[in-house]
Design a protein around this ligand. Structure first.
Ligand code: 5RP
Length: 224
C-alpha cells in the first residue's frame, strides 16, 4: 500500500477523536490535507478550526470550515497534526512544511495532541530527517556556524519564507539522543524563532497507518 494511502487512513481515523462543538487545531502537510477532507464531512458538527498555516487555512475555507484567529484563544481542546519523524517517547521532528512555529504554538496550547502518521515516520533515534529551524534572516550565518559546532550539516532552505516572514535552516546528519536538551539548547540561541524538535511538547496519541489497519498508541503505552 502506498504511503499516501496510509496517511489517508490515519487521517480519517482521527475523526473518532473529534467531538461535537469542538474548535479543532489543524496542522500542515500532505497528511493534514487528507484530514481536512475528512473533517469536511463533519463540518456541521464542529464549531470550526484554528490553523497552523496559510496553506491549511486556504484548504479549510475551501471545504467550508470556519477558521478562527488563534490570537483569541488561550487553549484548544485538540490539535491534529502529522510529523516528519517520531520516536518511542512520542518526541518528534516537525517543520518539513515550514510551519513549525505555529504548529508548536497550537500543540502547546492543546489539551490533546493527536499525531497522525504513516508507518515510515517511526524511528528509534531522531535525526535521519534534517532538523528544520525557523530563524530571523539576519542570524543566518551565525546559526549555520552554531549548527556545525553541534555536529550537524546545516543548509539554508532556499526560496522559502515562512508565514511569519522568516527563513528555514535544515540541519542534516544529527543523531539526536537527547531531544529535550537539544530543543532547549537550540531554542536558546539568539535569532532562533523555533526549532522543529517537539520534545517538551510530545504527542499524546499517535495513529499509525499500516497495511493491516490503524495502530493506536497513547501516552499510557508508548511501545510503537
Ligand atoms: C509541517 C509538518 C508536517 O507535519 C510534516 O512535515 C509531515 O508532513 P506530511 O504529512 O506531508 O508527511 O511538520 O511543518
Amino acid at each position: 500500500m502506498s504511503l499516501n494511502r496510509l496517511k489517508k487512513q490515519a487521517a480519517w481515523a482521527a475523526l473518532d477523536y473529534i467531538y461535537p462543538g469542538t474548535i479543532v487545531g489543524v496542522g500542515t502537510g500532505t497528511t493534514i490535507f487528507y484530514f481536512i477532507e475528512a473533517l469536511s464531512t463533519i463540518k456541521n458538527l464542529i464549531s470550526g478550526a484554528v490553523s497552523s498555516s496559510h496553506a491549511s487555512t486556504i484548504l479549510l475555507k475551501k471545504q467550508g470550515i470556519e477558521v478562527f484567529n488563534l490570537k483569541y484563544f488561550s487553549s484548544i481542546t485538540i490539535y491534529v497534526d502529522s510529523a516528519d519523524e517520531i520516536n518511542h517517547r512520542m518526541e518528534m521532528i516537525k517543520g518539513g512544511g515550514a510551519a513549525l512555529t505555529r504548529e508548536k504554538i497550537i500543540a502547546t496550547m492543546a489539551k490533546k495532541f493527536l499525531c497522525i502518521i504513516d508507518k515510515s515516520k517511526i524511528v528509534n533515534v531522531l535525526g535521519r530527517f534534517p532538523l528544520p529551524i525557523e530563524i530571523i534572516p539576519i542570524a543566518l550565518t551565525y546559526i549555520l556556524k552554531e549548527m556545525i559546532k553541534i555536529g550537524g550539516q546545516p543548509k539554508h532552505r532556499k526560496n522559502v519564507i515562512t508565514d511569519n516572514g522568516n527563513i528555514i535552516i535544515d540541519v542534516y546528519n544529527l543523531n539526536i539522543e537527547d531531544p529535550l536538551s537539544m530543543e532547549q539548547k537550540i531554542n536558546a540561541l539568539p535569532g532562533v524563532v523555533t526549532v522543529g524538535l517537539f520534545a517538551s511538547r510530545t504527542a499524546d496519541i499517535i495513529l499509525i497507518g499500516k497495511e493491516n489497519g490503524i495502530e493506536t498508541i497513547n501516552n499510557h503505552s508508548k511501545n510503537i
